[in-house]
Design a protein around this ligand. Sequence first.
Ligand code: ZN
Length: 198
Amino acid sequence: MELYSGYINKLIEQFAKLPGVGSKSAQRLALHVINMPQEHVERFAQIMVDARNNIHYCQSCYTLADKETCPICANPNRDHTTIMVVENIRDLAAYEKTGKYEGVYHVLHGAISPMLGIGPNEIRLKELVKRLEGDIREVIIATNSSLEGETTAMYISKLIKPTGVKVTRIASGVPVGGDLECIDEMTLLRALEGRTEL
Ligand code: ZN
C-alpha cells in the first residue's frame, strides 16, 4: 500500500532532490507545504520561478545579481583594484559577512580538478584574466585549501605572474579541506591579513 497520495509522493521526491535534504526532511517539508494556505504556496512557487528567470551573473565578478552588475561591483566606495578570487558564491558571502574586506571579488564557480575532469576552461578563469586588462593592483587567491583549491591557486598564480600584477594567497590558517563558508569570521580575517605573495 502506498503510504501517501501520488501528489504528495511527487512533492517528497522533489524536495529529496535538494542538497542536504534527506528522505525524512523531504516528507516533513512536503507535508508542511500541503498544510500551508493556498496563497502562500502560490507565492512561494512564483518567487522560485521569478528568481530563476530574473537572476543572472554579474558581468564583472560572476556572482548572482538582479541587474547586469552586482551591488558590490557597482559600489564606488569599494577598492576596484583589489580582486579576491573565490570558488563559489557562498565563499564570497562568508568574506562579505566579515564586513572588513573592501575590495571586489571574482567567483570562479568551481575549482580545477583533474580527477573530476574539471579543467581551467570549465571555470571562470578567462573572465578573470580579462579583468586584469584594467587597473588591478592585487589578486588575492582565496580558493579552499583542498587539493582542488591549491591546484587552482597554483594555476592562477602562474597565469597572472607574467602580467606583473601582485598575486597573494590567503594564509593556510584555514583548516585543510575546510570549506570557507564553514569557517568563523575571525579565522577568515586572519587568513586574509596573513596572506603571502606568490
Ligand atoms: Zn559583481
